[in-house]
Design a protein around this ligand. Sequence first.
Ligand code: GDP
Length: 611
Amino acid sequence: MDNLTNTHLRNVAIIAHVDHGKTSLVDTLLKQSHTFRANQEMGSLIMDSNPLERERGITILAKNTAVTYKGVKINIIDTPGHADFSGEVERVMNMADGCLLVVDAVDGPMPQTKYVLKHALNQGLIPIVVINKIDRPEARVKEVISLVQDLFLELATKPEHLDFPILFASAREGYAIADMAAPRVDMQPLFEAILGSVPAPQGDPNAPLQMLVSALDYDNYIGQIAIGRIFRGTMKSGVNVALLSSDGSKTNYPVEKLFIFKGLQKVQVEETPAGEIVAIAGVSDVTIGDTIASIDNAEGLPRISVEEPTVMMSFIVNNSPFMGREGKYCTTRTLHARLLKELRTNVSLKVESTDSADEFLVKGRGELHLAILIETMRREGYEFGVSRPKPVLKEINGRTYEPYEILIIDTKDEYIGSLTENLTRRLAQLLDMRSDGQGNVHIEYRIPTRGLIGFRSFFIRLTRGNGVMNSLFQEYAPMEGEVRTQSNGVLVASEEGVAVTYGLNAAQGRGTTFIEPGTPVYEGMIIGMHPRDEDISINVTKEKKLTNIRSATADFAIRLTPAVKMSLEESMDFIADDEMIEVTPLSLRLRKKELSAQARQRLRRDAKVRV
Ligand code: GDP
């Protein structure tokens, strides 16, 4: 023990594929470490669980929790389990010395987990594997151990990477064991493994202060919050510190409030030494990667990079005839303010003004990153329009460069033919394909982001749940070739009113419909898909003329095919450049940007003249 090591502390990141039991595990650790006093109310799952994240199978906001075991405080850093957030993963791992890799005893390790683990090992984190859900009757512990070992063999860059402890756990039943034959009592073996394997953080508490800002938070009362680990020195509340920004500037700020993590909460403290993960208020213009240092001896830590956005969409003030019917916030001012607020914590996001005061260009890390923002905003009561996602291009030496990604697919080999056909048209190049001889195949491609847009919905439809796909940004490279996706037209409502069975039946004669009878429609709203590359206007509000009783009864006999309902991501992929999605808290309506059929015809004529 030396005074440069904070022996009463451990910092561990937790990595897991969604549903493998990360929340349950942290929950159990919290309960067993008696973080909660007896009189404090305790839900069953106390961490995380934002419904939005759950639906999409990801956790987005990396949150911190801390538990105490035998006088040692263990900071648990949550990591997002999806490749679209890989940058965030790297950043939060900066705060940790070890990681818990939670793997389901039935499913085994998943491809997304692999990327996160790779980052963890590259950053020198000491891993501990937790094979969870061993209580399940279908648990196949031996096979999963061997899959985990394969994974480490593939990713290890140092011999010590292969020397990791494995624990077997049931987060639900509250125990972990180091040996399958051991009695199943509680989580002590896991706590012991953390204390034994993960090194205590280093750093001289008497040296000049250095903290690396790895995450941001915002609170309406206390403002911008910077979160990160203190690498050197001691942070004190009320003291002035220097903020070292990416442009080389140095600005002084007072630390207005200093917090550490305890249980699920932040607690205010007066001072805390090197090794701790802290949250501080007062340093207002801070961003990820900045160093907060002592004023007299301000030395920057190596910057952590924030990856550039690769996909963009327009966010447009809702100008549909139904504007204001379903949302609370629908004006330019509220939309702009909400987007600016997002920038305070959503580090890889960019928002730009456009020629139109009512339209903002929002750039993010991928379709999913933007979809999450859209979904969050609509749940908060916002109403707005969004356009089709596009890749963010760059001009380098007079050439156009575009983002490329590595696409990883794990599925059944019966889909190889259809996938190859579709992906070739999307300019994908095959990098690797491996079959396991039991009908499963692993395929890797290099593909421009441009080609990847719209692929996810095709993939989900094709594989009907029998496949996982992941993509990861690789590089910017010169733009080449043309993506040839199958284009189809749409069925467009020609009148405002309420869709009726008779009108929709007529529409179903031309294509697939997206709405049920009783749905309010307006001129220019897209109500279905036309299989050919041509749009058709249809009056779906049209009732059958009641000439006599018999035909009126015959109308009841019409049996419509159920409407096809698309998710937000599917809609984003479906719409064309002259279309948009009207997003409200209650509905996702697809529409033409230009609502009037006459105006659209004029635009088409003008376009032809120009050609
Ligand atoms: P997360 O998505 O990784 O945070 O996973 P959760 O902790 O939310 O768990 C996902 C599901 O698995 C929930 O239904 C849990 O009740 C269940 N689960 C978690 N741990 C265990 C376990 O040890 N055994 C069993 N049988 N189920 C578990």
